[in-house]
Design a protein around this ligand. Structure first.
Ligand code: 8YV
Length: 319
């Protein structure tokens, strides 16, 4: 008999067929709408594949046969790792395969915010571009040759540093729990304290995972330390930033602009003041969302899943 697994995220038939070769797949791409059936399947499941669902004690109690939880994301703030370890449940994520795509997204946010791309796009589309051209008030700022501060120098951070260093002649500063010697050598990234990074960077990009240590890592104090001309980019998790402090910093012109792929509450409330600011470029948490990369993430997740339920070594285990 094939082991039962639950897939709770939309996946291509190709990936589902790969899993079906060795598992009985219970597929709930819209699990919230069919939660009862989803819970019933979870009761029998030995493996789970998807992203974002919070596996807390209550949910884990509903899944007594679970051997492995596979995230189709690099972040795993949805998982309570000590609890999973205690219960002997394995876990995997999808590092590496999304580095290039997320780094591309961050460059896009930096460029869009600095060069006012979305604002000027609206200007053209709403007929603001007249015979008089456009005003100097609408000029942006350069990205090239500026200083980029990266908070969290893991795989995505280093891939961003590569683009910024080689493609845009940027000077790279970084702050991280540990030194990233490879990025120091390859992209001349200079390790510095958080305060030094905040004070010297023209672009500040936060890329840390969300943990109890990084929650609200960037708040009032940090925004005050940044240059008034700084562009702030968050492609990590919304909760790494004190969103109220970001709003206040933008309102008080303590920073110039922001590029945000993530928010404290997702989807965002339409009442969120950030959505009304022309100097804030927003995306709906799509850092890794290209057809090619999401396919790679799903396939890697599927390979971890089948390995885990068949007692084999995970390809990209979290622990
Ligand atoms: C997604 C991400 O959240 O990998 C991550 O940590 O933030 C994104 O790629 C997404 O869950 C993919 O399904």
């Amino acid at each position: 008999m094939k082991p039962k697994v639950v897939v709770y995220k939309r996946m291509s038939e190709k990936v589902l067929d790969y899993i079906r070769e060795s598992c009985e797949v219970h597929y709930f791409p819209g699990y919230k709408e069919e939660y009862e059936a989803f819970l019933a399947a979870l009761k029998e499941a030995e493996g789970v594949l998807g992203s974002g669902l919070k596996f807390d004690e209550v949910l884990l109690d509903q899944a007594p046969k679970l051997k492995v939880i596979c995230n189709t994301s690099v972040g795993y703030d949805n998982l309570n790792i000590p609890l999973l370890k205690e219960r002997g449940i394995l876990a995997s994520n999808t590092p590496g395969v999304l580095n290039d795509t997320v780094a591309d997204t961050i460059m896009a946010l930096m460029l869009a915010a600095a060069r006012r791309i979305t604002e000027l796009d609206q200007f053209v589309k709403t007929g603001g571009w007249s015979e008089n051209g456009f005003s100097q008030q609408q000029f942006g700022i350069d990205v090239h040759h500026k200083t980029l501060g990266i908070i969290g120098m893991g795989g995505i951070g280093a891939t961003l540093a590569k683009r910024a260093h080689f493609g845009f002649d940027m000077n790279i500063l970084y702050h991280n729990r540990s030194r990233n010697k490879a990025a120091e050598t390859a992209y001349h990234a200079a390790y510095c304290t958080m305060d030094e990074l905040l004070a010297k960077s023209d672009f500040v990009c936060v890329l840390t995972p969300l943990t109890s240590q990084t929650e609200k890592l960037i708040g009032k104090r940090e925004f005050e330390k940044m240059k008034q001309t700084a562009v702030f980019v968050n492609a990590a998790r919304g909760k790494v930033v004190d969103e109220k402090a970001l709003i206040e910093a933008l309102q008080a012109n303590e920073v110039l602009a922001a590029g945000l792929d993530v928010f404290e509450k997702e989807p965002t409330d339409r009442s969120n003041p950030l959505l009304k600011m022309p100097n804030v470029v927003t995306l709906p948490h799509i850092g890794s969302a290209t057809a090619e990369t999401r396919m790679k993430m799903a396939q890697l997740g599927a390979e971890n899943l089948t390995a885990g339920v068949h007692g084999k070594k995970l390809l990209t285990p979290i622990y």
